[in-house]
Write a protein that binds this ligand. Structure first.
Ligand SMILES: [Zn+2]
Length: 384
C-alpha cells in the first residue's frame, strides 16, 4: 500500500518575518491596537511586492487568540501581531502556496484551493477574466451573519480591479453600509481601474517596491546561490515575486556575455555567429525580453535618466552600454526597440526562422545611426 503523501509544513509569515513594508505593517498594527481600524482597506502597489503576504499576516492578527507585541518589549500602543501558533493563526497560514517562497505562484484558475481554511476568512479571486457579481453576491449573502468563530470576519478581494461593473456596484452598496464585525481588504496593482466611489470608501495603504537591500535579505534567507541572487536583484525591479522567479532564470549566467557581444558586434560574420547562439536558446521570448531590456537601459543612459527610480537592469554592463548608447540617438534606440517587438512577432506569428530573425535584428542594432535598413514589418496599421 502506498504511503500517504506527507502534509507540507505550514509556513508562518508574521509581520516580523515579512521583509520590508515597515510603515504599512506599523500602520495596520497600530490602528488595530488603538481600535481605529477601518472596515475596508485598499492595498495598492506593483505586482509581486508583498501586498498579499502582509494582508494575510494582518488577517492572522485580527483572528489570533493570543496576539503578541509587534516588537518584543515595545510600547503596546505600537500594536500587536499574530502569534503564528494558535489554532486560528495556523488555519490562516495553512494556504500552502502563497506562504512558501519557493513554491510556484499558482495560476488564478487554481484559486479555490487557495482559500484559507478558516471559516471566517473569505477570498474572492477572478473566475476567468473577472470577479463576477455571482461571487460578490455569495459574500454579501453571508456577511450579515455573525462570524462563525472569530471576533471578526475578513473578506479579501484579490485583484480587485478585475471586478466587473455589476460586481463593483454590488460591493459598493455594502461598503457604504458596512456590516458589523466584517472587514474588507481589497488588493490591487491598478487602483485607477477601480470605481472612484469604491476607492473613497476604503482606507488606502500604498505599498512601495522593495529596495535592493530588502531583496537581498529575502533571497539570502532562501539560501539561494549568491551568483543567482546578484543576477536576479537588478532584473527584479523591487518585486519579491520576480526576484524569486529569476533565481531559476533560464538565461541565468549565459545572458551577460551574449549581451556584451550584442553591444559590441560590428562585422557580418560576428553577427551571424551571435544570431546562431541566440537562436539556440529554447526560451525565445525570454531572449526578446532581455534584448528589449538591454535597449531600454541604453535609452536611459542616452537620455541621462539612468539614475532614476531603480536604474538599470544591466548594471554590470554599464561601460559597454554607455559606449553603444553614445553612438546612437534616442530616436535610433527607440527604433531598434520597436524592431525587437516586430521581430518577436515575426517569429511567433509568422514562424520566421529564429536565426534569420536575430540576424536581421542584430544587423540593425550594430548599424550606425542613419544606416538602418529595416523598418518594422508589422506596424500596427498593417496588422489591423
Ligand atoms: Zn495566533
Amino acid at each position: 500500500m502506498a504511503e500517504p503523501t506527507p502534509k507540507p509544513p505550514v509556513v508562518i509569515r508574521r509581520f516580523a518575518e515579512i521583509v520590508g513594508h515597515a510603515p504599512q505593517k506599523a500602520l495596520l498594527a497600530q490602528a488595530e491596537a488603538r481600535e481605529r481600524a477601518h472596515h475596508a482597506y485598499l492595498f495598492t502597489g506593483a505586482d509581486g511586492i508583498g501586498k498579499r503576504r502582509v494582508a494575510y499576516a494582518f488577517i492572522a492578527r485580527l483572528l489570533c487568540k493570543q496576539p503578541i507585541a509587534l516588537s518584543p518589549g515595545a510600547d503596546p500602543s505600537l500594536g500587536f501581531e499574530a502569534c503564528g501558533a494558535c489554532r486560528n493563526c495556523i488555519r490562516v497560514f495553512e494556504t500552502p502556496t502563497w506562504y512558501d517562497d519557493r513554491a510556484p505562484f499558482p495560476a488564478k484558475e487554481d484559486a479555490p484551493e487557495l482559500a484559507p481554511r478558516h471559516p471566517d476568512v473569505m477570498t474572492l479571486l477572478p473566475h476567468g477574466q473577472y470577479i463576477k457579481i455571482s461571487q460578490v453576491r455569495e459574500v454579501l449573502r453571508i456577511v450579515p451573519f455573525q462570524p462563525v468563530e472569530a471576533p471578526v470576519r475578513v473578506v479579501v478581494i484579490d485583484d480587485a480591479h478585475l471586478m466587473n461593473d455589476e460586481a463593483a456596484n454590488a460591493l459598493l452598496k455594502t461598503l457604504e453600509e458596512p456590516p458589523a464585525r466584517t472587514r474588507f481588504i481589497l488588493l490591487t496593482s491598478l487602483p485607477s481601474s477601480l470605481l472612484v466611489t469604491i476607492r473613497s470608501r476604503c482606507q488606502k495603504v500604498a505599498f512601495a517596491r522593495l529596495s535592493d537591500a530588502e531583496l537581498m535579505t529575502m533571497l539570502t534567507q532562501l539560501n539561494a546561490d549568491p551568483a543567482a541572487i546578484a543576477r536576479a536583484i537588478p532584473l527584479a525591479q523591487g518585486s519579491a515575486r520576480a526576484a524569486i522567479e529569476l533565481l531559476d532564470d533560464p538565461l541565468g549566467a549565459i545572458w551577460e556575455p551574449l549581451a556584451r557581444e550584442l553591444l559590441t558586434v560590428r562585422d557580418q560574420p560576428s553577427v551571424h555567429a551571435l544570431a546562431a547562439s541566440l537562436a539556440e536558446i529554447p526560451q525565445l521570448d525570454a531572449v526578446f525580453d532581455r534584448v528589449a531590456r538591454l535597449l531600454r537601459d541604453a535609452l536611459l543612459i542616452r537620455t541621462g535618466a539612468s539614475a532614476a527610480a531603480h536604474g538599470l537592469f544591466h548594471r554590470s554592463l554599464v561601460d559597454a552600454l554607455t559606449t553603444w548608447a553614445q553612438s546612437q540617438s534616442s530616436e535610433s534606440i527607440l527604433h531598434r526597440l520597436e524592431l525587437v517587438e516586430d521581430t518577436r512577432q515575426l517569429t511567433r506569428t509568422f514562424n520566421m526562422q529564429a536565426r534569420l530573425a536575430f540576424e536581421r535584428l542584430l544587423l540593425e542594432i550594430s548599424a550606425p545611426v542613419g544606416a538602418e535598413g529595416a523598418r518594422p514589418m508589422l506596424a500596427r496599421r498593417d496588422i489591423l
